[in-house]
Design a protein around this ligand. Sequence first.
Ligand SMILES: Cc1cc2nc3c(=O)[nH]c(=O)nc-3n(C[C@H](O)[C@H](O)[C@H](O)COP(=O)(O)OP(=O)(O)OC[C@H]3O[C@@H](n4cnc5c(N)ncnc54)[C@H](O)[C@@H]3O)c2cc1C
Length: 404
Amino acid sequence: MKAFDVIVNGGGLAGATLAVALARTGRRVAVIEATGRIASSQPSYDDRTLVINAASLNILCALELLPDTLTRMPVARIEVSRAGGFGHLVLEAKQFGRERFGAVIIARELGQVLLQALASTPGIASFCPDRLVSFKTDQSSVSVELASGTVLNAALLVGADGNHSAVRQLAGLPCQRHDYGESAMIFNIQARLAPTATAWERFTPQGPLALLPQSGGRLGVVWIDRSEAIAETLNWPDQHLLDKLVERLGQDFGGLSRPGKRACYPLVRQRTPWPVSQRVVVVGNAANAVHPVSAQGFNLGLRDVGGLVDVLNNQDDPGNEAALLRYARVRQDDQDSTVRYTDTLARAFTNPSRLARLMSGIGLAAHAAWPTLGARLAQAAMGFREPVCSLARESTSAAREQAA
Ligand SMILES: Cc1cc2nc3c(=O)[nH]c(=O)nc-3n(C[C@H](O)[C@H](O)[C@H](O)COP(=O)(O)OP(=O)(O)OC[C@H]3O[C@@H](n4cnc5c(N)ncnc54)[C@H](O)[C@@H]3O)c2cc1C
């Protein structure tokens, strides 16, 4: 039997980041990952364009996971609009004393950085490809059995194994799940006059549409619609897709061309109100999954990572009950409000009723007109939700500079 301080089940974006963070504090960490190590086959490390907010950039930077070689496109301006309705909001980072709200990073490229860090950080042992099949806990430890027959022992088991988390299910942690009946299709395009450092969120009757800056004048598109409609859209000829995109956007940025590969994701909301049990905790999508409408999912998962690192700091026994209870309490407000906030956005702006459309238009107009409302939205967009974890705090100017 192999002994560790912490076992992390799932080496995706959240699990790999947590493993590196805990190993950097001197913990012996085992990472179990079901998919092979090559980043191109890792489901968490795909072509998604992730908006990483300022707080999350600080976390990644403090963990030395933002090397110069990692392409990140700054987001200094956010433009929110509605097709066929009033209400238009522009947030400029400089209005809030900032150079940027965050940056866009391709999940696959961040995945490569994480794989290198998993391989080179002392104290991490990877069990990959392998998968957790069962575990047992008692007062002092948790014992995990893998599909290969290997048995691992530790003080704490962390489930970072995504939406269908085996850890969450085997621990019997209740999870509220809602299927939106919608899917997100992602692809990128070339824009002749691609504006720099701007992220667009456009609410249309079919669903939200986001455009995110990428390198080389390309834009990442996140196109959301009912799942049946997306199944058809995936097969549209390129020119038809571009025409429909311009129609939904209401502009063409001087000409759109060369759409890239399309991929699709069914959308669900998941909320695990109490993410801990004896010697077990779930983080990231294993605990809470949100609609991508305001780019919050991985950012929320990174705040779980930061919160857990803080709580386990200086604990002789990282799986002790008091520490896990503290983690659940410290993270509750942020998890609750982020899941609620994204759900409200996802429903309000696409609701076909006239009243809902009127209210969402008023909401946008109000945010545009009242600086305090706009400031609150900007603060949420930057991810500094109380209590801000140590890794996200801007205590070192060097950290901020590097994150930029
Ligand atoms: C279209 C789209 C756009 C998005 N855009 C953004 C954005 O702009 N900003 C943002 O913050 N978030 C965004 N998100 C959300 C973000 O992608 C997710 O929150 C994030 O990928 C979740 O990471 P995770 O590590 O928690 O889970 P996952 O990515 O699901 O990783 C789970 C890992 O666990 C492994 N695993 C599963 N079961 C087992 C098992 N039994 N044993 C061992 N290993 C196992 C899997 O192989 C996988 O590697 C977006 C999501 C979508 C769908």
